[in-house]
Design a protein around this ligand. Structure first.
Ligand code: PEP
Ligand code: MN
Length: 387
């Protein structure tokens, strides 16, 4: 059960003390307090865990400081959507809104290689009015002899160039706690010219110790990718690990699944799960067309499969697109063959715009039908015998 307190509840006040005294006397129930610091106000939520079935919602709602009570199921307590749950489905980070109702595009380098390529990428993004990008400094590779990423040595120039071109958020994969420390240090050292969304890749979706330690760092939001060989439920529970430790600014990433059925793509595309994740949880949902398709194959009409699957995810309501571009794909140190080319950047954004507009029209159509099928309301001015 979650008790949502009135905004800006005074933790030193008598009412709050009264509430906490009451909760501490409940048998077999532990409470955990979580503060959600927004730009305008602090929202406090109290999670009651244990034998909560006997608690009556109305009674709990009448306790001092309590504005609303939500009874949660066992599944995805913090990030899930529960009955009568009006908790937000968005968050803000470094001036950018991430929500189930909007769309951000993170086009960028799979792996940082040279400062020149980073600069060309950032400059092109600014020219197209973008404020987010992807930049890999730590690369988990299948082959131990492959390039593993420049690591912390590239962070200062990546962050400074992001600042120079007004990039507000960089999605950057980490595979170890110490990478997070290095990112914090480099942000500090360069004067916070940009923000970082920590990416947990598909190979680490169930690295519970990594999830727990990143969960305890509420400063940076997280993009958690679905595990490529586990169930959706297992991946959503992995996201819940982050939230249960305190970091709720989590975006869930779909990036395709491994199958052994002779797929035409690097992974089996799972973007039909965009609305499923939005229905089950409050997380914005990201699609990664690059790592799921893995090639530059195109249809006879000349549309790349990467464009096709992006459109499929966006028309289904995706909230974030993570996509590989490279100024010189033949020189890329990681994933060059799947990278889109710089002269395709504007075309890619235009194609996404078409799909997003179609999604918005679909929403309006669904709303019109929902209103049309509501049962007719009885007219209070007509008495039964006049009908
Ligand atoms: C990536 O985005 O660079 C990446 C390695 O993705 P994934 O974890 O989905 O393979
Ligand atoms: Mn890659």
């Amino acid at each position: 059960m979650i008790l949502i307190l009135h905004a800006d509840t005074d933790k030193d006040g008598a009412e709050y003390r009264q509430l906490m005294d009451f909760l501490s006397n409940l048998k077999n129930i532990q409470s955990r307090v979580h503060d959600e610091k927004g730009t305008q106000q602090v929202l406090t939520e109290i999670y009651l865990v244990g034998d909560t079935a006997s608690l009556v919602i109305e009674e709990m709602e009448s306790l001092p400081c309590v504005e609303r009570v939500v009874r949660v199921s066992e599944e995805y307590r913090v990030l899930g959507r529960h009955q009568d749950d009006v908790r937000p489905t968005h968050f803000e980070y470094n001036g950018v809104r991430f929500g189930q109702d909007n769309l951000n595009i993170f086009a960028g380098l799979c792996a940082v290689d040279t400062p020149e390529h980073v600069e060309q990428m950032m400059k092109a993004l600014k020219e197209h009015g973008q404020q987010c990008t992807r930049m890999g400094a730590y690369k988990p590779r299948t082959n131990p002899y492959s390039f593993q990423g420049h690591g912390k040595s590239c962070l200062p120039y990546v962050f400074e160039l992001a600042g120079k071109y007004d990039i507000k958020v960089i999605a950057m994969e980490v595979t170890h706690d110490k990478h997070v420390t290095e990112i914090h240090e480099a942000l500090e050292q360069t004067g916070h010219p940009t923000g970082v969304m920590l990416q947990i890749g598909t190979r680490n979706t169930q690295n519970f110790e990594l999830l727990k330690s990143i969960g305890r760092d509420p400063d940076l939001p997280v993009l958690l990718k679905r595990g490529f060989g586990i169930t959706l439920e297992e991946s959503l529970n992995a996201a819940e690990y982050l939230a249960s430790e305190g970091n709720r600014r989590v975006v869930f990433g779909l990036r395709g699944m491994k199958t052994n059925m002779g797929d035409p793509h690097r992974n089996f595309i799972d973007f039909a799960h965009v609305p499923v994740v939005q229905r089950l949880t409050r997380m914005p949902v990201c699609i990664d067309p690059s790592h799921s398709v893995g090639t530059r194959e195109c249809t006879p009409e000349g549309i790349l499969d990467v464009f096709h699957v992006t459109a499929q995810g966006v028309i289904a309501g995706a909230n974030m697109v993570l996509v590989d571009f490279h100024p010189a794909p033949s020189k890329a140190l990681v994933d060059g063959p799947q990278a889109l080319h710089m002269n395709e950047l504007g075309y890619f954004f235009d194609d996404i715009r078409i799909a997003r507009e179609a999604y918005e029209k679909r929403l309006a159509l669904a709303e019109a039908h929902r209103l049309a099928i509501l049962p007719p309301q009885p007219d209070p001015h007509l008495s039964v015998d006049k009908l």
